[in-house]
Design a protein around this ligand. Sequence first.
Ligand code: FES
Length: 173
Amino acid sequence: TADKAPPRKGDVLVHAEAAKEGQPIRPSEVTERGVPAWPMSADGVIRKGEPNNQLAVYRFERSRFQEPAEQEPRVVLKLDGITADGVIAYSNKCTHAGCPVPNDEKDLSKLFCGCHSGQYDLLQGCKKIGGPPPRSMPQLPITLENDRLVVTETFVTAPFGFLNEQDWETYLQ
Ligand code: FES
């Protein structure tokens, strides 16, 4: 069903927080501190039936993003999937055991997972930089259309919970 489908091209990112759930996120509402988000289909279905669709969006000066230095094969940063004013979307389920991951209070450009101290760098493709997570957090490429954040393609790599190619292919169908 549509609520369990992965994010698709044309979906709009909407607030996940209960008080504003379903309202499109405006870029002006986004800061370095993440805004929790869900993808919503063009016909208004919030895709929250699939926990792997749990996202957060962040905004940094575009010039601060850096290509990740090669370290592990599944780190990807799609520069054309960051809006002109620097809004970027990533999965928000830790790739270790699936906890939601907030910003690191000491440096908002990093994430710090309270479950087992996993760390990620938001400016380098959400690369894992510490702790037990096996890989980076997937990026969801977006663009800006009429002050809305619109998905341009699905996740760059498989989100948490897809341990083999076949599960991932099935999810994408
Ligand atoms: Fe995040 Fe374990 S769930 S480090």
